[in-house]
Design a protein around this ligand. Structure first.
Ligand code: SUD
Length: 373
């Protein structure tokens, strides 16, 4: 086992990254950026343990895609790093930001070769422009543009971060508490992805896979007297509604499961447990909105959906168009990409006996195409 642990900081909120997907969830081929960067570095540190710091809401999905240790990030980069350091058991730690995607093996090698030369080994670039600091021009030969990954002695880094002062990199904290720092040549290709334009400029990143992903959903709800019927996001004229914890919109529930299935994000009951009082009588259109936000957050774009309502009654035909427009707008797709069908069971089974309604749904998604917009 290596004497080194690799920490990847992936809990940032991408506030300066103005595209509808957090940079960590942009796909490189099929891999989210966080997985691509981790695998790219780990390839050269095969025996190193890996610790990822991520937003708590993202940990279940990350854990379903890898077997790395994942810890909750904090409010700041430094807090996220401290959370990750709690899990480190090796004398050395290499810390890098997911935002630096194109880390070259030679850079990793330069860090490893200098491991014993100081408490922290830091890649840095010289500055060739004139540098002004407020009204002064400063000696650019003394200026370094610091990068990550940085390779540090774990105990010294832990001690250096035991402070209320926030640092933007490990070496600054280590130097501030009297530790030693050794610079190695950095790499311009290890530039940080800060703005959307930064990612398209990075040659090492392949476009997202153009694959389409399809999911299916199925739900059933019995009828219940004395409740309004809401189906497909639309009030349907009826003397009964659906027995359910929510408003019982069985068409939206099946559609949610189809969307979650397409993105491999589980199912509706995991997202909105029917034991949670906050969903009591909730308008299922709100559940659908949250489901769509979740797919966008994780880098998926909804392409199409098809819904089959299986009901002996009520008659669905008069409501189909309104359902299509209501649901397509919630999915942020044109109405022409959302289809609503209805069929009876020819009086067979519980649906034929008018005890309830079943709905089948299919949805298709693809990755957000950051390369071609
Ligand atoms: C929409 C909501 C809102 O609260 O309730 P309703 O309004 O339908 O009652 C729920 O999300 C509606 O969730 P739904 O998934 O349809 O409920 P159930 O069929 O009871 O399943 C709840 C959870 O139990 C799990 N489950 C279900 C059946 C089964 N044999 N084993 C399971 O482990 C499912 O994975 C699901 O996550």
């Amino acid at each position: 086992m290596s004497d080194l642990t690799l920490i990847l900081l992936a809990a940032g909120n991408s506030s300066r990254f103005k595209v509808p997907v957090k940079k960590q969830w942009l796909r490189i081929g099929h891999d989210p950026l966080w997985l691509y960067v981790t695998n790219r570095i780990k390839e050269h540190l095969p025996d190193a343990a890996v610790i990822l710091s991520a937003h708590p809401d993202e940990i279940p999905f990350i854990a379903s895609m890898c077997d790395f240790t994942v810890v909750s990030g904090g409010a700041t980069r430094q807090q996220s790093l401290k959370n990750a350091l709690k899990e480190v058991k090796t004398p050395y730690v290499m810390v890098t930001d997911i935002a630096r995607a194109c880390i070259d093996p030679d850079l990793i090698q330069r860090l490893l070769e200098s491991k014993e030369r100081a408490d922290t080994i830091v890649p840095a670039l010289d500055v060739h422009d004139t540098v002004a600091y407020k009204e002064e021009t400063i000696e650019r030969e003394q200026v370094k543009r610091i990068q990550t990954p940085q390779l540090s002695r774990t105990d010294i880094l832990r001690r250096a971060l035991d402070t209320d002062t926030e640092y933007t990199d490990e070496s600054s904290a280590i130097v501030a508490c009297g530790g030693t720092r050794h610079f190695v040549p950095g790499d311009a290709r290890a530039a940080k992805i800060t703005h959307a334009s930064d990612i398209t400029a990075l040659e090492c990143l392949a476009a997202p896979s153009p694959y389409l992903f399809t999911g299916n959903g199925f739900d059933v709800h019995p009828f219940e007297e004395g409740k309004p019927m809401v189906l497909g996001g639309v009030e349907v004229e009826s003397s009964y509604g659906f027995k359910a914890h929510s408003d019982g919109d069985v068409a939206i529930h099946a559609l949610i499961d189809a969307l979650l299935g397409a993105a491999c994000l589980g199912d509706i009951g995991m997202l909105f447990p029917d034991t949670d009082e906050s969903y009591k009588n909730i308008d299922s259109k709100l559940l659908l909105q949250r489901c769509v936000e979740k797919l966008h957050h994780f880098g998926f774009v909804i392409l199409h959906a098809d819904i089959t309502i299986i009901a002996q009654a009520p008659k669905i035909a008069p409501y189909k168009e309104t359902m299509r427009h209501t649901l397509s707008s919630l999915l942020h797709i044109p109405p022409a990409r959302l289809n609503v069908k209805a069929t009876t069971t020819e009086h067979l089974g519980f649906i034929g006996r008018k005890e309830g309604v079943g709905v089948l749904a299919t949805a298709s998604v693809h990755y957000f195409d950051w390369k071609n917009g």
